[in-house]
Design a binder for this molecule. Structure first.
Ligand code: NAP
Length: 287
């Protein structure tokens, strides 16, 4: 964005809290790199103001919004249209405004898949072990099952893993294993696993000394993807690297979800490396 004019299109992110978001840095860098007349702003929106915010998006002709905690599910009934994958996940992270008609989409899980494939890992036919059964795990599990992976879900709270496994099983019509996240179960399931995905918050700041997997269970022929992005190199990734495994960090997923949202708003291919550079810089400022 060179300068703001009467034609400048507005995008942004709604959430509460919103101060730590890296999205404005990523998107404004991308608009600048492509010389697009857009600007991206953070909006702190409280729960009780969400309906007003959606009407405001229409009234002010805001072209696109990202949606983050705590609004990803609550926003759904306030939209005009919903992408089927976002509907299945029950979560929207991207809204596109076309003449006041708001369409909800989800680029989180597609961002994960792009990050995985961009490192040369194709999930079709692979055995993938997912740690966690929260919001992020849901989207990731759905998209991986849809891409042909066979999944095992391990979670601290077994009932949540079972609930997620049964949702996916009933949608895709095939069986999935759900287990408690324990050393014994990890030992058993990681044997022969191609990919391990950590979607729990274990290892995230401030608890950077923690890991969900004992280092002795990590193997060189495995890809380990930790979606935690702060820090970029978690203890799990450090130990996976030391064990000779291929590693992918959460920042790639975060940047790809942004890149895919950018493409929906602008119709242009996102400058991924520029966005990643801006995100790395913004993450540095967070420390
Ligand atoms: P969430 O819905 O709150 O789920 C949290 C998950 O972590 C649950 O499975 C929970 O297990 C598990 N967990 C939390 N503390 C644990 C502990 N001490 N031991 C074992 N398991 C524990 O959160 P979310 O939205 O899915 O996000 C999870 C993580 O992913 C966060 O670190 C977030 O920053 C990251 N994330 C990254 C991206 C990205 O773009 N890279 C996108 C989304 C999220 P229980 O069910 O037993 O509580």
């Amino acid at each position: 964005m060179s300068s703001i004019s009467g034609k400048t299109k507005i995008c942004g992110i709604i959430g509460d809290p919103i101060e730590h978001t890296m999205s404005p840095a990523m998107h404004n860098a991308a608009f600048g790199a492509l010389d697009l007349d857009y600007i991206y702003l953070p909006f702190r929106v409280r729960r009780e103001e969400l309906k007003g915010a959606m009407n405001g998006m229409r009234a002010l002709n805001i072209a696109g919004l990202n949606v983050t905690i705590p609004h990803k599910s609550d926003v759904i009934p306030l939209l005009n249209k919903l992408d089927p994958l976002a509907g299945r996940m029950g979560a929207v992270n991207t809204i596109v405004n076309e003449d006041g008609k708001l369409t909800g989409d989800n680029t989180d899980a597609p961002g994960f898949l792009r990050a995985l494939r961009s490192k040369g890992v194709e999930p079709d036919g692979k055995k993938i072990v997912i740690l966690g059964a929260g919001g992020a795990a849901k989207g990731i599990s759905f998209i991986l099952a849809g891409a042909g992976a066979s999944l095992v879900i391990l979670n601290r709270t077994l009932s949540r893993a079972e609930e997620l496994a049964s949702q996916i099983a009933s949608y895709y019509g095939r069986k999935l294993t759900a287990m408690t996240l324990s050393e014994k179960n990890l030992k058993h399931t990681l044997d022969g696993a191609d990919v391990l995905v950590n979607t729990t918050s274990v290892g995230m700041v401030p608890d950077v000394g923690q890991t969900p997997v004992p280092s002795g269970l990590l193997k060189p022929d495995m890809t380990v993807f930790d979606i935690v992005y702060n820090p970029r190199e978690t203890r799990l990734l450090r130990e996976a690297k030391a064990a000779g495994a291929r590693t992918i960090d959460g920042l790639d997923m975060l940047v790809w979800q942004g890149a895919l949202a950018f493409e929906k708003w602008t119709g242009r291919e996102a400058p991924f490396e520029i966005m990643k550079g801006a995100a790395v810089k913004a993450l540095g400022h967070e420390r």
